[in-house]
Design a protein around this ligand. Structure first.
Ligand code: TGC
Ligand code: FAD
Length: 338
């Protein structure tokens, strides 16, 4: 449908504006956060770094097929011992001579789409020639490279429509041509996250809209004490709260979209968008679940699936707490991270 890599111009991508892109995120996540996740990872975390930091050859090679869905990408930042603090990553790359291949070793964990990915954007520390300080660089690691494996993480009770796995790198030889030359340091992966978090800030509103509409319809149909439960004041209060919170979330997303159109949206504003709209959607889903009584916990009524999904959305792409601290740092000028 043209949703993959939609904000990118050229290379077979739709070249959508930020608000139109946000609206696609709403419609995908209205159904399931895992579907929106697939699209976020492909578009913002795999295609966007290639388009922003890649060579012309890398763009031509990967983007058109990724836009068509023929090639699946993933994004490897998190590690078993490095989640909220990605700067502490251990995955590293050693160059085999000044113009040689890079040898990658390490392990990435909690990676959306890794078991089905053809190409992984892997962030690793390396020491450039002429320097003695390690710096984070991005590498395109391809399926089939020797020493590369992506075991699936099984047993998730959340985001079950989205496949998750590891990236295991044992002496993987990656050609220099697969290095993303356009960025160095933590700002590389963090600027990809800013793109993805923007889409999540919209998508979460879609999840809230989905649960609100289901709760509204259910409470109009369900009769207790001789009347539809939507007729009771306490139920109406819940519906009104959901309705108002959704409207505010949508306005925040729309305002951020207009800022983004003018190149004025800052990463901290994106933290605010992701943090507040996901918190709103999770609260909305729990409230909507309560309005269905016992049926609320059943899969066939769908709201519990959204509740479970949103627990992940609250945690990934920067936890709620990490975004709180990022905003707190911007307000006070003092870092509370460590
Ligand atoms: P800090 O000193 O703040 O920054 C280091 C450099 O990065 C720049 N920067 C950003 N650039 C773009 N966007 C942002 N949001 C940025 N935040 C910071 C910054 O300007 C600086 O640049 P320079 O040139 O001065 O070097 O770094 P810090 O070590 O203090 O860390 C800050 C912190 C904690 C906020 C950051 O580490 C963080 O965001 N941690 C959370 C990690 C995270 O979000 N992981 C997500 C993994 S991917 C994922 O979850 C995908 S789920 C996908 C799905 O299924 O949908
Ligand atoms: P931790 O960092 O260990 O945090 C645990 C708790 O401690 C959290 O509540 C956190 O907020 C809190 N905490 C940590 N530091 C502080 C602090 N300084 N102050 C206050 N509280 C703090 N990663 C990728 O790279 N690519 C992906 O595609 C990807 N997909 C994912 C898919 C799923 C289903 C899930 C669950 C995760 C995915 N992630 C992915 C990883 C995700 O980004 C991390 O789970 C997240 O960043 C948190 O890291 P952690 O799980 O190690 O928790």
């Amino acid at each position: 449908m043209g949703f993959l890599g939609a904000p990118i111009h050229g290379y077979g991508c739709a070249g959508m504006g930020p608000v139109a892109y946000g609206l696609t995120m709403i419609e995908l996540e209205r159904q399931d956060s895992g579907i929106r996740s697939f699209c976020s990872v492909q578009s913002a975390l795999a295609m966007w770094p290639i388009s922003a930091f890649g060579t012309e050859e890398q763009k031509q090679r990967w983007l058109p097929r990724m836009a068509a869905g023929e090639v699946i990408g993933c994004f490897g930042l998190t590690e078993p011992n490095s989640g909220s603090d990605p700067g502490s990553m251990r995955t590293h790359a050693v160059q085999d001579g000044p113009d040689g291949d890079y040898i990658l070793n390490g392990q990435k964990f909690w990676i959306t789409n890794s078991p089905i990915a053809d190409v992984c954007v892997v962030w690793a520390k390396t020491i450039d020639h002429g320097s003695d300080a390690p710096v984070i660089r991005g590498f395109l690691v391809e399926r089939g490279m020797k020493g590369f494996d992506t075991p699936e993480t099984k047993g998730k009770l959340s985001l079950r429509a989205s496949i998750t796995g590891e990236i295991v790198l044992n002496d993987v030889r990656v050609p220099k041509a697969n290095l993303l030359p356009g960025v160095k340091g933590l700002k590389g992966p963090l600027s990809c996250l800013t793109q993805a978090r923007y889409g999540i800030g919209w998508g979460a509103v879609g999840a809230a809209m989905g649960v609100y509409e289901r709760a509204r319809r259910y409470t109009l149909d369900r009769v207790q004490f001789g009347r539809p439960i939507a007729g009771f004041q306490l139920t109406q209060q819940k519906l009104v709260e959901l309705h108002n919170e959704i409207a505010k979330g949508l306005l925040l997303a729309h305002h951020c979209g207009r800022l983004k159109e003018h190149g004025k949206l800052t990463p901290v504003q994106v933290s605010m968008l992701k943090r507040d709209n996901v918190r709103m959607a999770l609260t909305a889903a729990r409230t909507a679940r309560s309005m269905l009584g016992g049926n609320g916990i059943m899969g066939e009524f769908h709201i519990m699936r959204h509740v479970c999904n949103l627990e992940t959305v609250f945690t990934y792409e920067g936890t709620h707490e990490i975004h709180t601290l990022a905003i707190g740092r911007a307000i006070t000028g003092l870092s509370a991270f460590s």
